[in-house]
Each structure stands twice: as structure tokens, then as C-alpha cells.
Design a protein around this ligand. Structure first.
Ligand SMILES: NC(=O)c1ccc[n+]([C@@H]2O[C@H](COP(=O)([O-])OP(=O)(O)OC[C@H]3O[C@@H](n4cnc5c(N)ncnc54)[C@H](O)[C@@H]3O)[C@@H](O)[C@H]2O)c1
Length: 276
């Protein structure tokens, strides 16, 4: 006799509250929408309060969930503490954290500078968001989950460049964000560290039934010039960049009970880039 169980319902996020940092980004907005469509109430956390509030209203209008926009610089311990207090004030508990914010930095010349000339100031600026921010938010939200004694799911966004070195040849003739681009070492280093943090916390909070996993996106198409698209796609077994929407299902799986026995793992969504 088959046990009475709905596998489909395991993906439901009905009644859960999710916090998504970097919720206004190219992938971030899709992540928020996916969580809301599967039933979660979503706190959209990003730098700009008005934009976060407007996007939260859009989510509520579309999916009928309680959503809220909250301004928070994740690199600031005080901001992170206030953000968690606001979320608890509005939603009373937190069940899902998508630790996802990352900084490209306003000064693109400094961000994309060659390694030999990379400034420590820029290195620290990026690390303060991509790594310190992950730590601060995981610490504040994970501690809250532990206090609630109901378990939880934390998903942290890394990058394919946290597990692979970028092939420098693909950046020749590239143009994006009004600039010739590359992937700076600080980005790779910060994203590799995210994987270590996820594994550490997975073991640390396993007895509290707080699962911690890493989502590893490959490059998504978002306005890069044709030369870059061609160069990048030639390196990918599937022959193309990802679409931002293609990252969402892996998040829903990791956030939901469908992955109830999965912790400390990474899901790579990269069209096969990392397999050869
Ligand atoms: N887009 C891609 O191709 C790609 C590929 C691999 C990994 N990723 C990773 O996926 C995640 C989401 O990517 P995305 O494309 O949405 O990035 P994005 O740059 O479009 O968005 C990042 C968001 O984080 C916010 N942010 C920046 N600094 C912040 C801070 N100090 N506090 C709070 N919020 C801050 C920004 O305002 C922005 O809305 C990132 O961690 C990124 O590194 C993206």
C-alpha cells in the first residue's frame, strides 16, 4: 500500500514567511515572485525603501500574499537588526531566508580594475556586502529561526565563479552596464566563501532542523552585448546563457519541504558550464 502523501504539496510554501535580500535585483525579483507564487509571504529586502515597497505591492497584487518592502544595507549590523525586528513585527516569524544580496559597487572602474591594480578599499567594499552581509543576515535570521523552534530553510546565493575560475578570454570585446566587463577576483573569492559558510551552518544548525544550502547560478542573460553572449555561450555545453526565470525552481525546491533531507549542498544551475 502506498502511503497517503502528496509530493506536489511538499513544494507548497503556504503560510510561510520568506526574507529575500537583494530582492530588487535581476534575479532577486524573480526569486521573490517564485516564492510568493508557491504561497509564501515575502519580505523584499533591498537598499531602496520606496522601490522595495512598490515591488512588494506588485507581488501582493499578483499573488495575493502578504508582502512587504524593507530597506536594509546588509553590510550594516544595525540595519540588519532593525530589518529582522521589522519583519517580525509584520509577520511574527521567519521560516525561509534567501540570503542573496551582492554588490557590483557604484564605481565600475574600481570594480572591474585589473587584479594587479585592484584596491583594498574596493575589495573590502565588495566583501562587506557579499560576505559580511551574508554572515550578518544568516546570523540574525538563523538565530531567530533557532529561537522559534520550528526549523527553517536558508538558501544562500553563490555563483558559478565561486566554483570555477572565469575564462578571461570571454571578456574580450564585452560590453555591459556601459562598461567592458570581467569577473573580479573579489567576486570569485566572496562567492566561494558563501559555499563554506553554508556548509558550516548546515552542520551547526542541523539539530534545530534549520537546513542551509547554496544556489549556484551560471551567468544570466540581462543585456550583455552580442560579443559577450557569443563568447560565454561557446563555453557552455547547452550553448547559451541562462534566463533569470530558470534559477527560480531550484530555490523553491531548496526553500520547501520537498528538500527536507537536503542540507549543506549546492545546486548548480549553469547549463553544464561546470561539467567540462
Ligand atoms: N545575474 C547573474 O548572472 C548571476 C550569476 C551568478 C550569481 N549571481 C548572484 O545571484 C544573486 C542575485 O543576482 P542579481 O542578478 O539579482 O544581482 P543584481 O546586481 O541585479 O541585484 C543585487 C541586488 O542586491 C542589492 N544590494 C546591493 N548591495 C546591497 C546591500 N548592501 N544591502 C542590501 N541589498 C544590496 C542591489 O540593490 C540589487 O537590487 C547575487 O548574489 C549574484 O551574485 C547572479
Amino acid at each position: 500500500m502506498l502511503k497517503e502523501i502528496s509530493y506536489k504539496n511538499l513544494f507548497s510554501l503556504e503560510g510561510k514567511t520568506a526574507v529575500v535580500t537583494g530582492g530588487l535585483g535581476i534575479l532577486g525579483k524573480r526569486f521573490c515572485a517564485g516564492l510568493a507564487e508557491f504561497g509564501a509571504n515575502v519580505a523584499v529586502v533591498d537598499l531602496d525603501e520606496k522601490e522595495a515597497e512598490a515591488f512588494a505591492r506588485e507581488l501582493t497584487g499578483r499573488y495575493g500574499r502578504k508582502c512587504s518592502g524593507i530597506a536594509c544595507d546588509v553590510s550594516s549590523p544595525g540595519n540588519v537588526k532593525d530589518m529582522v525586528a521589522k519583519v517580525l513585527n509584520e509577520f511574527s516569524e521567519i521560516n525561509i531566508l534567501h540570503n542573496n544580496a551582492a554588490s557590483k559597487s557604484a564605481d565600475l572602474n574600481a570594480f572591474f580594475a585589473p587584479f594587479e591594480e585592484y584596491s583594498l578599499t574596493e575589495w573590502r567594499k565588495v566583501m562587506s556586502v557579499n560576505l559580511d552581509g551574508m554572515f550578518l543576515v544568516a546570523q540574525a535570521v538563523g538565530s531567530q529561526m533557532a529561537r522559534q523552534c520550528k526549523g527553517g530553510s536558508i538558501v544562500q546565493t553563490s555563483s558559478v565563479y565561486g566554483i570555477l575560475a572565469p575564462d578571461q578570454r570571454i571578456y574580450e570585446g564585452s560590453f555591459y552596464l556601459g562598461h567592458e566587463i570581467n569577473t573580479p577576483a573579489v567576486y570569485s573569492a566572496s562567492k566561494a566563501a558563501v559555499i563554506g559558510l553554508s556548509k558550516y551552518l548546515a552542520a551547526y544548525w542541523a539539530d534545530k532542523n534549520i537546513r542551509v544550502n547554496t544556489l549556484i547560478p551560471g551567468g544570466s542573460q540581462s543585456g550583455q552585448n552580442d560579443t559577450f553572449l557569443r563568447n560565454y555561450s561557446a563555453r557552455v555545453p547547452m550553448g547559451r546563457m541562462g534566463q533569470p526565470d530558470e534559477m527560480v525552481a531550484a530555490l523553491v525546491y531548496l526553500a520547501s519541504e520537498a528538500s527536507s533531507y537536503v542540507t549543506g549542498q549546492s545546486i548548480v544551475v549553469d547549463g553544464g558550464l561546470s561539467v567540462w
